[in-house]
Design a protein around this ligand. Structure first.
Ligand code: NDP
Length: 242
């Protein structure tokens, strides 16, 4: 049976792999993002419906709601990323506050606002899956705000799971390790650091967006109906210290 799936940030990287996975199953997929060009390209490739939306903006979410069907089976809160990478703060407190808030907004507020917006439309038997990060367990350098935001997602999700549980909707976090074929891995990591991160995995490789998509799809499947309030790491066992 075809389901309705909303994937935030679904035009690129992990979100695109998730959109592809559900579209290939015959589901009706809606993808969002702030930039129209990648969205159009992804929509053409996957057959998903694309809607421009900044998930930190309540007014944009109201506009998105007007475009969505009355019933949504799966919400994938994937939009996010380490905003320090593009916008490092200066020395003054005002720019530190701006940069810190940008990470919290991009990685925690996006998920909370989007879930709040569509909550009433989530169908019984449905699922909410957030994309967290291994940075929640080990930090991510720089401001520390990215890892803190992703850790906050896990705690906030516990309350969400309690709220949605009685309605038959699950809520879980998929926490990726280092995922290749994404802008982060391609453009923001020095070769030496990339090799180090791969050496820390038990599997000896970086993850792929498809690894994350498969786990999201499992959590949204019938077989995962009794799994809620959990964090599932998909990181190749990235805990080797030597
Ligand atoms: P990408 O930058 O390719 O994907 C992020 C997507 O989110 C983009 O399509 C972007 O589109 C969209 N997005 C970001 N902010 C917003 C917003 N405010 N409103 C709407 N859309 C937004 O990176 P990844 O695929 O790597 O990242 C996907 C998720 O996975 C993120 O949450 C990231 O933190 C997490 N992650 C990634 C890891 C990796 O190694 N790559 C590791 C661990 C976690 P646009 O800019 O057009 O809005």
């Amino acid at each position: 049976m075809s389901r309705t799936i909303l994937v935030t940030g679904g035009a690129t990287g992990i979100g695109l792999a998730v959109a592809r996975h559900f579209a290939a199953q015959g589901d009706a997929v809606v993808i969002t993002g702030r930039r129209p060009a990648p969205l159009e390209k992804a929509a053409e490739e996957t057959g998903a419906r694309a809607v421009v939306c900044d998930h930190t903006d309540p007014a944009a979410l109201d506009r998105l709601l007007a475009e969505l069907p009355a019933s949504i089976d799966v919400l994938v809160n994937n939009a996010g990323g380490n905003t320090d990478l593009d916008d490092a703060p200066g020395d003054d407190l005002a720019s530190y506050a701006r940069a810190f808030r940008a990470n919290l907004d991009a990685n925690l507020l996006t998920a909370a606002l989007t879930t709040k917006a569509v909550e009433a439309r989530l169908a019984p038997g449905g699922a909410v899956v957030h994309i967290g990060s291994i940075a929640a367990d080990r930090g991510a350098g720089s401001l520390g705000a990215y890892g803190a935001a992703k850790a906050g997602l896990t705690t906030w999700n516990l309350d969400l799971a309690n709220t949605l549980g009685p309605r038959g909707v699950t809520a879980n976090v998929v926490s990726p390790g280092y995922i290749e074929d994404t802008e982060f891995f391609r453009d923001h990591l020095a070769d030496e650091r990339r090799a180090q991160l791969i050496a820390q995995t038990a599997t000896g490789r970086a993850g792929r967006p498809e690894d994350i998509a498969a786990t999201v799809a499992f959590l949204a499947s019938e077989g995962a109906r009794h799994i809620t309030g959990q964090v599932i790491g998909v990181n190749g066992g990235a805990y080797r210290t030597r």
